[in-house]
Design a protein around this ligand. Structure first.
Ligand SMILES: Nc1nc2c(ncn2[C@@H]2O[C@H](COP(=O)(O)OP(=O)(O)OP(=O)(O)O)[C@@H](O)[C@H]2O)c(=O)[nH]1
Ligand SMILES: [Mg+2]
Length: 294
């Protein structure tokens, strides 16, 4: 029996969460086309007959502009420690730049085995792929490099077999029926945040947190009251939209996914509240669950 912990690391928007969902054949981490979608360490547990791999999806490592960004980086750096192996996901359709340099300077994978996933290879010409491969081969001569299309599950099996080779003999750390370490409340908040990220543009989606006001599990439909937290007054109207159309749309889409998750009918009520400059306020970061503790 092979088992162990594996951190999925990389810059924002490279496809880390897509890769995790592809490995698990289940959506445990939200995916959008916006950078900095993932804000937490999210464990996803893969089980086969003779292996268990506990993957840790992490926030994309970036140069932080707010305290929230620092906390997110800390979660990713923290995940890179105390694991048996790491996967560094790279968007191979983007030229190597400042952001990649930042990551390489700050990330310490602590001498654990590394697999580099050159993702989004579907968007790349063969010659360009070779350039990116050369850069990472030079940086990490001991790492295995695998080209993937996480979105299409291309080469995900190859990645899994390589990982199983690398991992030590060990027990199952989690029950075989557990897919993620996050509870339903976390997943409900993430579904709401995903719908907002997909609906809004520019800086607004990054300024949002979700706060669960109340859930009445015994009611039918289940009664959920949640608040969308924005940073400034001017963002309230953007989230609500003309005649409340935008928030209704977000609510409808979120409710459908929450019903699928819980397999029950749901009544979802959303509120919009301002928490001034919350991404820089320690107490607000704690309240919304973004304080890195280890
Ligand atoms: N073309 C292509 N797009 C991909 C692939 N994998 C992921 N994507 C897209 O890339 C975008 C970002 O994917 P995510 O999985 O959210 O990326 P992430 O690295 O988790 O991003 P953060 O959570 O922000 O750090 C989404 O629009 C995905 O659909 C791929 O192999 N090919
Ligand atoms: Mg992600």
């Amino acid at each position: 029996m092979k088992s162990g912990f594996v951190a999925i690391l990389g810059r924002p928007n490279v496809g880390k969460s897509t890769l995790l969902n592809a490995i698990l054949n289940k959506k445990v981490s939200i995916v959008t086309d916006k950078a900095q979608t993932t804000r937490d360490d999210i464990k996803g547990i893969y089980n086969s007959e003779d292996a268990q791999i506990v993957f840790i999806d992490t926030p994309g490592i970036h140069k932080p502009h707010q305290k929230l960004g620092q906390e997110m980086n800390n979660m990713a750096f923290g995940a890179a420690h105390n694991v048996d192996a790491s996967i560094l996901v790279v968007d191979s359709s983007k030229a190597f730049g400042e952001g990649d340099q930042y990551l390489l300077e700050h990330l310490d994978i602590n001498n654990t085995p590394l697999i580099i996933v050159l993702n989004k290879i579907d968007l790349v010409k063969i010659t360009e792929a070779k350039n990116i491969r050369d850069i990472y081969e030079n940086k990490f001569p001991n790492a295995a490099i695998i080209e993937c299309v996480a979105k299409e599950k291309f080469n995900v099996d190859t990645l899994l077999s390589r990982l199983i080779e690398i991992l030590p003999e060990g027990p199952r750390y989690y029950d075989v029926n557990e897919v993620s370490d996050k509870d339903e409340i976390f997943q409900i908040k993430e579904i709401i945040r995903e719908k907002i990220l997909k609906t809004l543009r520019d800086e607004v989606p990054h300024s949002i947190a979700i706060y669960m006001d109340n859930i009445e599990w015994e009611e039918n439909p289940i009664d959920i009251k949640a608040s969308i937290i924005v940073e400034k007054d001017s963002q309230k109207g953007i989230v609500i939209g003309a005649g409340g159309r935008r928030i209704r749309d977000i609510g409808t889409k979120a409710r459908r996914d929450i019903e699928k998750l819980l397999n029950k009918h749901v009544f979802l009520e959303l509120f919009v509240k301002v928490s001034e400059d919350w991404r820089n306020q320690e107490d607000a970061l704690s309240k919304f669950g973004y304080k890195y503790e280890k």
